[in-house]
Design a protein around this ligand. Structure first.
Ligand SMILES: Cc1cc2nc3c(=O)[nH]c(=O)nc-3n(C[C@H](O)[C@H](O)[C@H](O)COP(=O)(O)O)c2cc1C
Length: 194
């Protein structure tokens, strides 16, 4: 399976890094990497990793300026493209069909070829223009998947994240300190969330 992973300058470059590590461990996946200039900068600021370390995880990587690379053509078959994290700038450009760099062109190709495009849009709060772009992208077939972390000490426990009802449900999740079963937490954040 051929997957394009793109990393932009939005906060949360760790998501792109972890996604690459995870996909790289699957021998059935061929990874093609695109990183924007701001993506390289944010990666270093947030994780201390250099672009070369990210590129080493992919089978192929491309210069963002190389709009003549094979990812710019629909005749190069790919199965999916994930932008993680996806900045508002990149999301807005994709929504408008602006293809001024290889990442934007590859995303446009992914949409026009009716392949799967997943955008991990990272911003908060959203203004109406952001939301309208997300609606437009959803109408075009993209999947908008912002990273959303549940701030619950109980979610940190082993078994958290499994379905809470029905087949496959784990043991009932107990309320954490200061955290009612179905309500906002009032207690201190666990160490891992600080
Ligand atoms: C440390 C840092 C964090 C940023 N976080 C965000 C963010 O969470 N979301 C966002 O849309 N832009 C964020 N930006 C701004 C983008 O990097 C900027 O809009 C840039 O032009 C995006 O370009 P790109 O889409 O080509 O990577 C951040 C910038 C820096 C330096």
């Amino acid at each position: 399976m051929r997957i394009i992973v793109a990393v932009t300058g939005a906060s949360g470059s760790i998501y792109g890094l972890r996604l690459l590590e995870k996909l790289r461990s699957n021998p059935a996946v061929e990874l093609h990497l695109l990183v924007t200039r701001t993506g390289e900068r944010t990666l270093y600021l947030e994780t201390g990793r250099k672009p070369a370390e990210l590129r080493a995880l992919a089978h192929f990587s491309y210069s963002i300026e190389d709009v003549g690379a094979r990812l710019a053509s629909g005749s190069f078959p790919t199965q999916a493209m994930v932008v993680a994290p996806c900045s508002i700038r990149t999301m807005s450009a994709i929504a408008s069909g602006i293809s001024s760099n290889l990442l934007l062109r590859a995303a446009d190709v992914t949409l026009k070829e009716r392949r799967r495009l997943i955008l991990m849009v990272r911003e908060t709060p959203f203004h109406l223009g952001h939301l309208r772009s997300m609606v437009a992208l959803t109408e075009m077939g993209a999947i908008i998947a912002p990273p959303i972390r549940i701030l619950s000490p109980a979610a940190e426990r082993p078994g958290a994240g499994r379905p809470q009802r029905g087949p496959g449900a784990g043991p009932a999740r107990p309320a954490g300190p200061g955290c009612p079963p179905l309500g906002p937490c009032s207690g201190p954040l666990p160490r891992s969330l600080k």
